[in-house]
Unconditional design. Sequence first.
Length: 203
Amino acid sequence: MEKRVGVLIVDDSPFIRRAVERMLAPLDRVEVVGTATNGEEAIASARRLRPDLIILDIVMPEVDGLEAIQEIMRTRPTPILVFSSHAQPGAETTLKALELGAVDFVSKADAGTRMDIYELAPVLQEKVLALAGARAPSRVDEAVAPVPEQAGAATLRVPTSSYDLLVLGASTGGPRALAAILSRLPGTFPAGIVVAQHMPPGF
């Protein structure tokens, strides 16, 4: 029997939490394992429940979504789908959430009024299924090992021959890891660099 995907829903609105549960109910592979009302509860629930995916609002009391993403990715990396009215293509909040480790987003604003939220069911279901079983972005300190400081040594040891091209690939949660890697390359790096960065539509 195929393992079900455990989802944690985080939103300060009881209406939205219930709506998301109802939208996910038709998905046989998905099971809502818990809910939380703010970022602080989300961090604790991520540790306790160990969900496979977290659906997270941004603007919440006490600890907001951005702080929660940062702490969850530090302590218990988990794929995070942002579900927020503030999640718009190209918006600073959206870019920050992706930079901190969120893997995708759905904008509540696309539903218009609150009662239209169920119109987002097909989009939300599609993204949840796409992320089911996805690996969380690695913490930057795990993805890029610290390089010992040595007098006169390059920041990162690279081959001086045999390679003409460096290809780096990352998903939506990878900007921080890419920044860490690229910043360690010396100015005299002897090869061309190509970066393949997956981002949601609209960027």
